[in-house]
Design a protein around this ligand. Structure first.
Ligand SMILES: NC(=O)c1ccc[n+]([C@@H]2O[C@H](COP(=O)([O-])OP(=O)(O)OC[C@H]3O[C@@H](n4cnc5c(N)ncnc54)[C@H](OP(=O)(O)O)[C@@H]3O)[C@@H](O)[C@H]2O)c1
Length: 341
């Protein structure tokens, strides 16, 4: 049987109850720990405990579960420094109609009741005595409901963190990076992989190897293959870094699943979306965010994010460097060295 998490190391044929408990506690609290870290940095709090208090108080005041609030803090970009609250506002949506599930009107608001009814219905249709529902959460699977399974199974599969099962592979987000051959693309591929996504990237033969070693699962040669033909499954996020024309940019929207996002950095043309399918188009500009930059530096220092420095040139060569960059023949990051004092 393959391991659903990275630790503890499996020493024998079965993990002990203590090992599973320890791993599940760690994974269960991982989202809260990440939110604590973000809040502590942002509000310059003295310690993680102060950040936990802030989370706890906010969750009680807003009547939102601690895990749900922590997940939202992790997923929502930090607001501007002078903003008075983290979130722009609380969206309230009607629960979907769920024909086929025996639920009274009040229970349609309860995730637990919906999952219970769904599992019951599936087991009735398939005439199966045991089964479970796993939810995709923060790039991993969480066993949310089960019936008829033994304790070892439910503890073992409480969280599936790494893509060791077909379900976990299917649950990982799909990200398309169009124009991954440059410096920004290299970061995007690495960060998307680190977040557990399945990454499809476009690159010419010139940059194919660099993009593959950044971690792309699939590399499409844009000089021979159209990206719309190569991407066969809808992605959650399409990131465009390439100087394509507006029609090609619009075609990328068709590759994004309903509710997904197209992010465009070539902002001389606006990012298209598809309102009908709930696909948002986002124009992304450089934003100097000290917290975010600090995190990236920590990843680089920790060897988790690699910066492709391709050249080092003297300051006196700066005009020539700009001229080459304008021609499009500079790839990767260039370090400009001032004369020695
Ligand atoms: N909005 C902002 O604030 C902001 C800030 C920084 C950068 N940017 C933009 O972000 C983009 C990425 O920056 P970068 O420094 O990584 O640029 P870059 O080095 O020019 O990389 C873009 C890559 O796109 C690939 N490409 C070219 N034509 C393509 C096509 N038709 N289809 C697919 N790929 C194609 C090229 O790679 P291969 O030939 O090797 O495949 C190239 O290396 C640039 O467009 C830049 O202008 C925007």
């Amino acid at each position: 049987m393959s391991s659903p998490g990275s630790e503890p190391a499996q020493k024998g044929p079965r993990w002990t109850r203590e090992q599973l408990d320890r791993r599940n506690r760690r994974l269960g609290h991982a989202g809260i720990a990440r939110a604590q870290d973000i809040l502590a940095r942002r509000y310059r709090l003295e310690c993680a405990d102060a950040a936990f208090e802030l989370l706890k108080t906010s969750s009680q005041q807003s009547n939102v579960k601690l895990h749900t609030l922590a997940d939202a803090v992790v997923r929502t970009p930090a607001p501007d420094q002078d903003a008075t609250s983290w979130f722009a506002g609380r969206g309230r949506f009607s629960p979907p109609r769920l024909p086929g599930l025996r639920l009274d009107a009040g229970s349609r608001h309860s995730q637990g009741a919906v999952l219970k009814a769904t599992l019951h219905r599936l087991l009735t249709i398939t005439q199966t005595p045991m089964g479970n529902v796993q939810l995709a959460e923060s790039g991993r699977l969480h066993l949310a409901r089960h019936t008829g399974l033994n304790r070892y199974f439910t503890d073992f599969f409480a969280f599936v963190e790494t893509p060791t099962t077909l379900c976990a592979q299917a649950a990982s987000a799909g990200v398309l990076v169009n124009g991954a051959g440059g410096a920004v693309g290299g970061y995007a591929v690495q960060l998307a992989k680190k977040a557990g996504a399945h990454v499809i990237a476009t690159a010419s033969p010139r940059s194919r190897e660099a993009v593959a070693s950044a971690g792309a699962d699939e590399v499409v040669d844009h000089t021979t293959t159209g990206v719309t033909a190569a991407v066969t499954e809808p992605v959650d996020l399409a990131l465009n870094l390439a100087p394509v024309d507006p029609a090609e940019l619009a075609a990328l929207v068709t590759l994004v699943r309903p509710g997904g996002v197209l992010v465009n950095t070539t902002v001389w043309m606006p990012a298209p979306g598809d309102e009908e399918r709930g696909v948002r188009g986002i124009d992304l500009f450089v934003r100097s965010d000290a917290d975010q930059l600090g995190k990236l530096v920590a990843l680089i220092d920790g060897g988790e994010l690699h910066v492709a420095v391709t050249e080092r040139v003297a300051l006196s060569e700066l005009p020539a460097l700009h001229a080459r960059a304008a021609e499009g023949s500079v790839h990767g990051k260039v370090v400009v060295l001032p004369p020695a004092a």
